[in-house]
Design a protein around this ligand. Sequence first.
Ligand SMILES: Cc1cc2nc3c(=O)[nH]c(=O)nc-3n(C[C@H](O)[C@H](O)[C@H](O)COP(=O)(O)OP(=O)(O)OC[C@H]3O[C@@H](n4cnc5c(N)ncnc54)[C@H](O)[C@@H]3O)c2cc1C
Length: 421
Amino acid sequence: MNHSVPFSFYLNLGKQIYIKIRNFHIQLNLFKGCIKGKGVLMSFFQNENQREYIEKLAMVTEKFSERAQMLDETRGFPFQNIQDLKDFGYTKLTLPKEYGGLGGGLYEFLLCQEKIAEADGSTALSIGWHVGITHQLKEKNSWNADVLQEVFSEIGQGALLNSAATEAKTGSPTRGGRPGTTAIFENGKWILNGRKTFTTLSPVLDLIQVSAWVEEDEGIGWFLVHREQAGVSFENTWDMISMQGTGSHDLILDRVEIDPNYYIEKPGRRKTQGEGWLLHIPACYIGIAGAARRYAIQFAKTYTPNSLNSPIKDLPNIQRQIGEMELQYIQARRFLYSVAEKWEEDRDKRPELSRELGAVKTAVTNASISIVDKAMRVVGAKSLERSNPLQRYYRDVRAGLHNPPMEDAAISVLAKSVLED
Ligand SMILES: Cc1cc2nc3c(=O)[nH]c(=O)nc-3n(C[C@H](O)[C@H](O)[C@H](O)COP(=O)(O)OP(=O)(O)OC[C@H]3O[C@@H](n4cnc5c(N)ncnc54)[C@H](O)[C@@H]3O)c2cc1C
């Protein structure tokens, strides 16, 4: 038998090299830095900088995979992972360059979030809020300029930021319920009182955007709260089977005095133009699914029960599961990154594209849940062992259903967009 590899190679005078090995056609885009071709996993890098950054980030996140099981079992918070990301500079990824940031955009943010989530979903979702909100602030630029500058400078020095909007009585703030947290103006200060649930990153947060009912303005306003302020505390209430490591405890506000400058958004001022940043949510869940997919493929290649003469990868039923998993994985990532690319490319198209943001979130989250399910079917009962990462992916990936936008709302937006056109 001839074992020589049929191989051909030519260089396009433009920017590409074509390589043919047996039936595989590989196209290397020299300047775009991506590899395309039949039989080759497609990468989504737009340029060499992104590839290099993700490769370096992957060296940091390798340790997250090793820590994930212990953190999950002990219900711990990933302090070390967050510190490692800070040391690497990731918390400044989307911060404008003049504040010491990298000035990164939405697309690279999503690539990074997916990579971090492959290693640890909780760490990815947690840091995703901070990096995403920083991006949103840069895009919207709707705060008082002095406060925005101050916040960007603090982020440049390592401060972490998130929003606290959910409350036990309102449920998801996207439903428009009136917050029980109140802001009342007394003696030249706003006084905040209330309790927020689901405050992700709470063990390490420095700055918190808090929503409150403002009686004077008859609506929901936003205030910037500093962790060290008198009357701010956290109660360790977060006890979940999914994404336990996000540290999403309750935030308590007991007569917290807020300077009028930190009344950052008056009712009705929230603009929707920057909402592309919320794609960090589907990026996180497809990252978790990617880890499950990789585990199942490796398992199928190496597991040979003694009823068989070769690994289970050769069985038609396993190939079917893996093929279907691959179909969903490709669809989900293509959808996510193509919408992200369009969102960044053309600001004028954003109002039109905004309905697709909810569609991406819904489709990618559901695909992620289904991919993890299929990966577990491939692995069989071993996927349920406590020491097996698949059971953690299975629990973590479900949280995506309860992050915004909610599925029924996203579907309704799509329906209305065509019915009321
Ligand atoms: C891991 C994780 C991290 C989070 N981090 C944060 C964070 O950092 N900051 C933050 O503010 N929030 C955070 N959240 C909270 C999140 O944004 C939601 O507010 C929370 O999950 C509650 O959503 P829910 O749909 O379960 O609750 P609910 O809104 O109470 O809904 C419960 C059920 O009732 C239905 N329902 C309720 N109201 C309506 C309505 N008006 N119309 C139609 N159906 C309705 C829902 O569809 C659902 O079936 C986080 C959540 C998770 C899971």
